[in-house]
Design a binder for this molecule. Structure first.
Ligand code: UT7
Length: 340
């Protein structure tokens, strides 16, 4: 079995910032309610001309440069998103083409807010087994196109964003623990009703996000501390050993409750929910890249990633940080289309 290291990260943040005050104009809500119930102060929405593959291409180009991996050397591209460009083809194939990953296999994965952590685990299995050496993993969502602006309890929660990572065969351990789970009995808790059950005919608003917020909240606060503890145990770590907790950013109150139950100080949590809101499969991916860009992680640091959300699904990853290179600055040309 081969070691799997994370060798590069990247992200795409939409340019349009929408504050809670902006939402006061379109919803019966207040900045104070949103901030006190969720920790969110603003979110970013893409403009109409930006789609999932555009966000993913920028994030992927940054991650490849950070990893110093040539696109042609990528063996596989996995894109985790609930809001791909199309139901088919896979967004991953479009991104592989645009970044020049000409040899790569490509597929999309749907595990909602757990998608990025799930995809890291899936990717790592290909490398561990020796089938592939380099996998590009993308996690992101563009939920602004699926929000119900008549439902104030869900519309305020979500933003758009995307991150990416390169996983490679390494000489030292990187991903040291992985745990996946699902419980379809909660399938109706968070839904975007578009698919064979709800084909796209008639009123487009019937395809908007629906969520039973209270149920999800209670479920998450019960599940996530266990997931963190069990993933740490798999890694041979105690929870106190962990240097950085990178949890899905669904609601600051959930994160505070998890930290309290685990007796972890809040400054060990990587947070961006105040600026980004819940970007679903993007939260952990973006948080990793932002923190890497700020120089927050040192080689050898122990990171515990935990995703949870619709499905219901969950995924925990124990990761030793091994990157010492600085994150390359964004370049406007990264969003340009592929060369013919
Ligand atoms: O990534 C996917 C995972 N998703 C989650 O983890 C979401 C988990 N759930 C939550 O984060 C919370 O349940 C919400 C933030 C969605 C809602 O917070 P809550 O404290 O559970 O509120 P609630 O739905 O129980 O509603 C409490 C009150 C209600 O008013 P009444 O009936 O008590 O008069 C709501 O109508 O708050 C009202 N309310 C709002 N008021 C102002 C709900 N949303 C809003 C709003 N502005 N945006």
């Amino acid at each position: 079995m081969h070691h799997v290291v994370l060798s590069g990260v990247g992200h795409y943040l939409p340019t349009r910032v929408v504050t809670n005050r902006d939402l006061e104009a379109v919803l019966d809500t207040t900045d104070d309610w949103i901030a006190s119930h969720t920790g969110i102060r603003e979110r970013r929405f893409v403009t109409d001309d930006v789609h999932m593959s555009d966000m993913a291409t920028v994030a992927a180009r940054q991650a490849l440069l950070h990893a110093e991996v040539e696109p042609a050397d990528v063996d596989l591209v996995i894109c985790a998103s609930s809001t791909p460009d199309y139901l088919m083809p896979a967004t991953a194939a479009m991104v592989a083409h645009r970044v020049g990953a000409v040899r790569a296999a490509a597929f999309d994965m749907e595990a909602a807010c757990s998608g990025y952590a799930y995809a890291l685990v899936v990717a790592s299995q290909f490398i561990r087994s020796g089938m592939y050496r380099r996998v590009l993993v993308i996690g992101g969502d563009l939920l602004s196109r699926f929000l119900n602006w008549k439902d104030r309890a869900t519309a305020i929660l979500f933003g758009d964003g995307c991150g990416a990572a390169v996983l490679e065969q390494g000489t030292e351990p990187g991903i040291v623990a992985a745990r996946l789970g699902a419980d379809g009995s909660g399938a109706e808790h968070i839904v975007i009703p578009l698919g064979s059950r709800v084909p796209p005919v008639g009123d487009p608003s019937r395809h908007e996000v629906r969520m039973k917020g209270r149920e999800v909240y209670r479920w998450a606060v019960g599940l996530v501390p266990r997931l963190v503890q069990e993933t740490c145990a798999d890694a041979g770590w105690s929870v106190a050993d962990v240097d950085h907790l990178v949890l899905h950013q669904a609601n600051l109150r959930i994160l505070e409750a998890v930290a309290e139950r685990l007796s972890v100080p809040m400054d060990k949590l990587v947070l961006n929910i105040d600026r980004m809101a819940n970007t679903s499969a993007g939260t952990i991916a973006v948080a990793l890249a932002e923190a890497a860009g700020q120089g927050r992680f040192a080689a050898g640091d122990k990171l515990l990633l935990a995703g949870f959300g619709s499905g219901l699904t969950w995924a925990g990853v124990g990761l030793r940080w091994t990157i010492t290179r600085p994150l390359p600055q964004h370049d406007a040309r990264w969003s340009e289309p592929a060369q013919p």
